[in-house]
Design a protein around this ligand. Structure first.
Ligand code: GDP
Ligand code: MN
Ligand code: MN
Length: 249
């Protein structure tokens, strides 16, 4: 078995208002059932989710957290503004974003942008993925899946990986429960988070630095599905053991 993964060449520095779909479709020929994986940073840039730090007035709370964490109070204010809930203030800000992802600094990035500006996450990553998929279909007549990713740390391991934060045209998981293993044992737990695995694979080609490769096409995995949204990948609060330990002690 195999699949292919390749970068889309000649993507410019993305600016607010740029038509990402046009840029992608101009630079690669998509096929039905391709999975188009896009780094959130360029979706955010195209959507104008870029803010100059100088425009942010930090609150007293942001100033206090910034002092403890040795960070910029304006950056801390931006994180607070993008958060639905703060799980941990120090030594770093671990928050639940308004779109539901629990991550450090609300996914706000000071990298791959000129100094003095920060990139917020797309406001509604599932909505962005849905629109991109629809626009790709309009432009090419091809039915693809779309995964928007970010680079996140993990709770129990060092190092960061690509994760999915918005999806369209693919189910978030492949549910193995009820099927059998090699020895006819019925699987009771296995629910494979395929969109995160694909995000991590694509991130191998994105890199984190100056490669300028924010779009990867995965071809040869048969996961196309008329489904929308990453919602079920995020635990409901009652089932989120780690969050509840952090918030309630
Ligand atoms: P994130 O994981 O979504 O926060 O994005 P990263 O900052 O890690 O960048 C992922 C990839 O996209 C790297 O190869 C960057 O060089 C590239 N990248 C970021 N912004 C742009 C852009 O505006 N244009 C192009 N061509 N590449 C970009
Ligand atoms: Mn990021
Ligand atoms: Mn990254």
């Amino acid at each position: 078995m195999h699949f292919n993964a390749f970068t889309v060449p000649d993507i410019p520095l993305v600016e607010e208002g740029d038509d990402l779909v046009e840029i992608i479709c101009k630079n690669t020929r998509l096929c039905d059932r391709d999975i188009v994986v896009i780094a959130s940073t360029v979706v955010a840039k195209a959507e104008g989710r870029v803010t100059p730090l100088a425009a942010i007035a930090p609150s007293n709370r942001a100033i206090a957290i910034a002092e403890r964490n040795e960070s910029d109070p304006r950056f801390v204010q931006a994180v607070i503004d993008e958060s639905e809930e703060i799980l941990l203030e120090s030594p770093f800000l671990l928050v639940k974003t308004q779109s539901g992802n629990i991550c450090v600094n609300a996914g706000i990035d000071g990298s791959n942008i000129d100094s003095g500006r920060i990139i917020l996450l797309p406001e509604d990553p599932d909505g962005s993925a849905k629109n991109i998929r629809k626009d790709i279909f309009s432009m090419t007549d091809k039915s693809v899946s779309v995964i928007i990713t970010d680079t996140n740390g993990r709770a129990f391991r060092d190092g960061q990986i690509g994760v999915a934060i918005g999806i369209s045209g693919i189910a978030p998981t492949k549910d193995w429960r009820g099927s059998c293993d090699l020895f006819d044992n019925v699987l009771e737990v296995a629910n494979e988070a395929i969109v995160d695995e694909i995000a991590a694979a694509a991130n191998l080609l994105f890199g984190e630095g100056s490669d300028g490769m924010p779009v990867v096409v995965i071809r040869g995995l048969d996961f196309y599905a008329e489904e929308e949204g990453i919602g079920e990948l995020y635990f409901p609060e009652s089932e989120d053991v780690i969050r509840n330990a952090l918030v309630h002690g």
